[in-house]
Design a protein around this ligand. Structure first.
Ligand SMILES: N[C@@H](CCC(=O)N[C@@H](CS)C(=O)NCC(=O)O)C(=O)O
Length: 214
């Protein structure tokens, strides 16, 4: 049994919140059918035990030998090592794609935070989404070809969170011009590891409202 901490929804500490990194950890555990104990952490009112045991105060976190590991990349690596079946590590030939598309997070955040429509953040984001769309068109159905792998588990939580946030805060629907991304995301809705861990739109919006107003 693995013990993890993940972000609780803003406004509802009983539900999983809008942290794509936390979603990535939980999807990995679900895909590998690993039992886990989930501690939902209200980041606005962190429990004292969490502050004491996990000084960075960041989620996701996973317990290992009495300590909390709080780096998502390391957590994913440990899960892959402890539970090798089914193998989810992205094949080496797609390492470059993995590296590129995990950076989508920064492009999305830059765009959402931007106050100036001409500062290039939208253009930068569109270039990256176009690259993903083309990549999926050439390599699909998944980012690494025939198999659902870690790079999908990294990118899908970004897409499902940010489609809602971009629509709501910027009136930008990136599905409109990206047919392969749309098909890809639609195929994810039949995957229970994704649907079970995707927060309701209201929690995604509440989470981003808070981050954008900080
Ligand atoms: N160290 C983390 C960072 C992940 C992260 O940014 N988590 C946010 C939630 S989405 C967090 O815990 N923020 C702390 C806070 O808001 O107090 C990683 O694995 O990359």
């Amino acid at each position: 049994m693995v013990e993890i901490c993940a972000k609780a929804a803003v406004g509802n500490p009983e539900e999983l919140g809008d942290c794509p990194f936390c979603q990535r950890v939980i999807v990995t555990l679900k895909e590998k059918d690993v039992d886990y104990q989930l501690n939902l952490i209200n980041l606005d009112d962190k429990p004292q035990w969490f502050i004491d045991e996990c000084p960075s105060g960041e989620v996701p976190a996973m317990k290992h030998e009495g300590r909390w590991v709080d780096d998502v990349q390391i957590i994913i690596g440990m899960i892959e090592e402890w539970y090798p079946e089914p193998r989810l590590a992205t094949p080496d030939e797609f390492a470059e794609a993995e590296h590129r598309f995990q950076n989508l997070y920064g492009y999305f955040v830059g765009f959402l935070q931007s106050q100036d429509p001409n500062d290039g953040t939208l253009q930068g984001l569109q270039e990256e989404l176009n690259a993903l769309d083309e990549h999926l068109g050439e390599n699909g159905p998944f980012i690494a070809g025939e198999d659902f792998t870690a790079v999908d588990i990294n990118v899908v939580p970004l897409l499902v969170n940010f489609i809602v946030a971009c629509n709501h805060f910027k009136d930008y629907n990136f599905f409109e011009d990206m047919p392969n991304i749309r098909t890809y995301c639609e195929s994810m809705w039949s995957r229970s590891s994704i649907t079970d861990t995707t927060p309701a739109d209201e929690y995604i919006i509440a989470g981003w409202e808070q981050k954008l107003n900080r």
